[in-house]
Design a protein around this ligand. Structure first.
Ligand code: ADP
Ligand code: MG
Length: 350
């Protein structure tokens, strides 16, 4: 009998995770939610514990020729905090593991950790441990985060009902367009090492790429307003992919309206400069780390005037599918182009 071999590229990142989840059904009574949300949920008696992990790999997630170590440290914490925010929770501790080569000096590692420390101060978390090991092929940073949430405040990906309002925080597409700017400057520099990077007109979007912030500020605000999202996810892979995750987990469809997408002016103008469609960049570009969530209609008035929360669509019965309503009013099926598309030959998994 020939042994079966399935190529990773046939399954894709999410197909692989689904397949692993099938063989990893939880057995512990305290495991409330295993694989499939932004964080695992663990029964902690009067509250839930939340546990999540994210890894950053040199050459896949970052390029040290334009990513300062301090920013990288900051980002490695922020992206983890973001997954706790996506459960409507509060992070409290992280553990940090690094694999490094002797290409790095002690001082360089201290700069990396200074960035982590700055993020920990911003998000009120402690680094309480980790692991240090050698690497033969670049820097790897793996962070795991622990947090908590009141049992009646948790927001799963799966809780959206019919006719809930779909909301997004901040603005979208900036991190992806910022990356294009950094890549262009790198190529220019490689072509002529005397050239200095020209980043003056791109400060906001470069910042979006290099130093994303987790939206804990809005988690606190929602709490003060007495709003518990019916479903929530953070935007790491692009709007389309995350809407489809909410759809699948909640068993509802969504209609989202191009016209309502929050796109910063610098993102828009730079996308045009790069011959990229700003809407496509918003749908498929990743790493904005904003929050995408649904609320009940009755909560709309509480958020109506909020400057940083945008209503981009609504949920509907699953039979209607997931639809993108264009500025011209056309309805097209929403598709996630995902990691195969965006990251081309490198086959990056986020
Ligand atoms: P996020 O983008 O929110 O970090 P991911 O898309 O990375 O989430 O992961 C989706 C779900 O799959 C999460 O519940 C995560 O814990 C789980 N997961 C991802 N990779 C693995 C793996 N190698 N083994 C087990 N679970 C995994
Ligand atoms: Mg997430």
């Amino acid at each position: 009998m020939s042994e079966e071999r399935t190529e990773l590229s046939d399954l894709g990142e999410f197909g692989l995770i689904d397949r692993l989840a099938e063989m990893l059904a939880p057995a512990q009574e305290s495991t409330v939610k295993g694989i499939g949300d932004d964080a695992a949920v663990i029964d902690g008696g009067d509250h839930y514990g939340l546990l999540s992990t994210d890894m950053l790999v040199e050459g896949v997630h970052f390029d040290l020729s334009y990513v300062p170590l301090q920013h990288l440290g900051y980002k490695s914490i922020a992206v983890n905090v973001s997954d706790i925010a996506a459960m409507n929770g509060k992070p409290t501790q992280v553990v940090v593991s690094i694999a490094l080569s002797n290409r790095f000096s002690v001082e360089a590692i201290e700069v990396l950790y200074a960035g982590m420390k700055a993020a920990c101060a911003d998000f009120n978390v402690d680094i309480v441990g980790g692991d240090t090991t050698a690497s033969r092929s670049g820097l790897v940073i793996s962070v795991s985060v622990y947090g908590t949430v009141n049992k009646d405040k948790i927001a799963y990906r799966s809780g959206a009902g019919i006719n809930d309002i779909l909301c997004v925080t901040g603005d979208l597409g900036g991190a992806f367009i910022g990356l294009q700017v950094l890549e262009r400057e790198k190529q220019t520099f490689l072509g002529n090492p005397d050239m200095q990077p020209q980043l003056d007109n791109y400060e906001y979007i470069v910042q979006r790429q290099l130093k994303p912030r987790a939206r804990m500020d809005l988690i606190h605000e929602l709490s003060e307003l007495g709003i518990v999202p019916t479903a929530m996810i953070d935007i790491s892979d692009g709007l389309a992919s995350e809407v489809l995750h909410l759809s699948k987990a909640s068993n509802v469809g969504f209609s989202i309206y191009e016209e309502q997408f929050p796109i910063d002016r610098q993102t828009y103008e730079t996308a045009v400069e790069f011959n990229l469609d700003p809407i496509t960049s918003t749908l498929n570009g990743g790493e904005d780390y904003e929050l995408l969530f649904t609320i009940k209609q009755e909560d709309h008035s509480k958020l109506e005037k909020h400057a940083d929360i945008h209503f981009i669509g609504h949920s509907q019965v699953m039979d209607k599918g997931n639809l993108l309503v264009t500025k011209k009013g056309n309805q097209v099926a929403l598709k996630a182009q995902g990691w195969n598309h965006l990251n081309g030959e490198t086959g990056q998994m986020n």
